[in-house]
Ligand binder design. Structure first.
Ligand SMILES: [Ca+2]
Length: 275
């Protein structure tokens, strides 16, 4: 190797080392956190809707609980002898996994937390915990009074019982950690049924009304309402109690779904300001 070549290699090595030192000295760029956008509908109190899509739903499913989980709906059905939890395929409505309960149980709300599915019953004062993937039963839990709707804020279970009260339960001990009364203009809102925790609010179906109330989880105040009148073809309500019941939310996309007891469709809706 010529003296000139050696000199060039030396210069390149020194330059390279100094680059490395410089790059080591530069602190890593901060990871930019993109704040999650506030959904447009949260700028308003009272809302209406627009149906974006319709999906098939088992008209034999007396819907008492509905959630979105890992690309499927998980649904809890009610009725003695007809109570189940189901994993339901979105596009077809096909039940891909089902667990039936004994006829003594009348199923109610369903939610998922930390890999477990929780299911209430109406008057049995018994809830069930299942593995979220396999629906394998894990344990029972008890509570006082009736069980209606169920959801979670990611920490606690939140349950309704048909009154204006919402109870927050520890998901391990099932102790009541907090209780709120749902008030609209200072007056109690009763018949709170199926629930869904959405963007920091509790959405609740009101039994026998085509209306969802939006509840502040801290104090129970009603933030606003969603008027869902006209969402389904009324002739599909073959029995008087086949009412709107079932709210599911895909928090990764913001997709919102609603259905009713024994309704043949699940509706994906977009919320908008009520005029
Ligand atoms: Ca729900």
């Amino acid at each position: 190797m010529s003296t000139l070549m050696k000199a060039i290699i030396c210069v390149l090595l020194v330059a390279c080392l100094s680059c490395q030192k410089k790059s080591e000295a530069v602190p890593p760029a901060p990871v930019s956190v993109i704040p999650r956008a506030v959904p447009d509908w949260q700028r308003y109190n009272d809302l209406s809707y627009e149906v974006i899509r319709q999906y098939p739903h088992d008209a034999g499913a007396y819907t008492q609980g509905l959630i979105w989980s890992q690309g499927h709906w998980i649904e809890g059905t009610g009725g003695n002898g007809q109570t189940s939890i189901r994993r339901v395929e979105k596009q077809t409505g096909r039940v891909v996994l089902r667990k039936e309960l004994a006829a003594e149980y009348f199923g109610e709300g369903v939610t998922e937390l930390n890999g477990k599915i929780y299911q209430l019953t109406w008057k049995n004062q018994t809830g069930f915990v299942y593995d979220a993937k396999t629906f394998q039963w894990q344990k029972n839990f008890g509570y006082s009074g009736e069980g209606w709707g169920l959801t979670t804020d990611g920490q606690l279970l939140i349950m309704s019982n048909g009154s204006e009260r919402l109870r927050f339960l520890d998901p391990t001990t099932f102790r009541v950690v907090k209780e709120i009364s749902v008030l609209r203009d200072g007056k109690p809102v009763t018949q709170l049924n199926e629930l869904e925790f959405i963007e920091g609010e509790i959405f609740a179906n009101i039994w026998f009304r085509d209306e969802i109330v939006r509840i502040h989880p801290a104090d129970g105040k009603v933030i606003g309402t969603i008027d869902l009148s006209g969402i389904d073809a009324k002739e599909t309500r073959k029995e008087p109690d086949f009412v709107l019941n079932g709210i599911a939310y895909d928090s990764s996309t913001g997709d919102l779904f609603v259905t009713g007891k024994c309704w043949p469709k699940i509706y994906q809706i977009r919320l908008k300001a009520k005029k």
